[in-house]
Design a protein around this ligand. Structure first.
Ligand SMILES: [Zn+2]
Length: 390
């Protein structure tokens, strides 16, 4: 994006500065000449912007780098110590939270804290007290805590309002506003947890440099984050990705969304609740523990879970033609039990042409995909706000 608006010089400079800073963040270490090349801005402009960014401690210099002849250039780094970001993965029964530097390096984290209530006011209360703990732990830095990102399990609008989260029983909960009222000086962002998971894996995990990826967040339910060329595909209203509710059995069981036979009833923890199965375990955790003892029921159940997961994935592969499917959230831990079944379903059902360059992996960030993605969204937004000193 090269801006050629005349008139408001300060605005043009602000946009160019964010562009230069984002380019340095993503491509560091880079020389000024490379920043000019990557952004399309001219060298003198980049040089001016970089002096401002150095002065504002958003960028640091190391050097010298490789020279293509002549003087060796100094290299620029995004100053990951300029501030800190907080990322939260709100799940149906628990949440995880971390404080990171601006490169996504985790300084402190608390994983799988049990939600004491599902009532949204009380959840906000519980989240706020842990957020405050992490703010208090943040080391001194030029910009302090620059943002709080939350990934929530449900449909989230552009204002960060959770419109519908059937697994939490929430409707129309202005979560971003409620948290913003608590932390008035720190920008709060709320997005769908699978979108945040896709971003986390794209920035820090299996999805680096992958053009077309889908993050399948499978646990208490299923959500998907669809990413094309580094951007989440959001649809007209921002609600895309609710593929856990695609119908895979016309006459199937009733789902909490109102439909019947939704994918997540067969390929998430909800499959355990199928009354026709009367299984000897009641949660995914118990099923895993039984599978670890080689319990035949548990092994069979997990294999079936993998088959159903693969059926939905085959539909995604046919519909979106991704390079990479990342199976994340709690299912990131199920690889050894479901891998063969998932591959078998996909191989049998997806179009041959679509399978050629397809990879299916289990989220290397494991339960941290969403919280790191949420923290990254706060970081990207901070970079977008880079101030101009005219
Ligand atoms: Zn449904």
């Amino acid at each position: 994006m090269v801006v050629s608006i005349t008139g408001d010089q300060a605005l043009v400079k602000k946009i160019n500065m964010s562009l230069a800073l984002e380019t340095i963040r993503v491509h560091a270490p880079v020389s000024r000449a490379q920043v000019a090349e990557l952004t399309g801005l001219n060298k003198a402009t980049v040089s001016n912007l970089v002096s401002d960014l150095l002065e504002q401690q958003l960028v640091t210099e190391i050097g010298p780098g490789q020279s293509s002849g002549g003087r060796k250039p100094l290299l620029l780094l995004f100053n990951r110590h300029a501030g800190h970001s907080i990322g939260i993965h709100l799940d149906v029964h628990s949440f995880s939270i971390a404080l990171c530097d601006l490169s996504g390096q985790i300084l402190f984290e608390k994983l799988n804290l049990r939600l004491l209530h599902s009532d949204p006011v009380q959840v906000t209360e519980q989240l706020s007290s842990v957020i405050q703990e992490l703010i208090d732990l943040a080391p001194a830095s030029p910009y302090g805590v620059i943002g709080i990102g939350v990934g929530a399990p449900g449909m989230v609008d552009e204002q960060g309002c959770v419109l519908f989260a059937p697994n939490l029983g929430w409707e129309q909960i202005p979560l971003r506003q409620w948290l913003q009222d608590r932390f008035t000086h720190i920008p709060v962002l709320v997005d769908n947890e699978a979108n945040a998971g896709a971003i986390g894996e794209y920035e820090y995990g299996a999805g680096k440099h992958v053009q077309h990826l889908i993050y399948v967040s499978a646990g208490a339910g299923i959500g998907t984050g669809i990413m094309t060329r580094g951007e989440i595909f959001r649809g007209a209203m921002g609600y895309s990705g609710e593929l856990g509710h695609m119908t895979i059995d016309v006459h199937g069981r009733k789902c909490s969304c109102g439909n019947r036979g939704c994918w997540e009833l067969y390929a998430s923890e909800k499959a355990i609740l199928d009354p026709q199965k009367s299984l000897p375990f009641h949660t995914l955790y118990e099923a895993i523990q039984a599978a670890e003892r080689d319990d035949a029921d548990a092994l069979h159940f997990l294999y079936q879970l993998g088959e159903y997961l693969g059926i939905g994935i085959a539909n995604l592969v046919n519909g979106f033609n991704p390079d990479l499917i990342i199976i994340g959230n709690q299912f990131a831990h199920l690889e050894r039990w479901i891998k063969a079944a998932v591959l078998r379903s996909v191989k049998q059902r997806a179009l041959q042409s679509h399978q050629q360059n397809l990879n299916i992996v289990y989220a290397p960030l494991q339960q941290r995909s969403t919280l790191l993605g949420a923290a990254n969204q706060a970081i990207r937004s901070f970079v977008g706000r880079a101030k101009v000193t005219v």
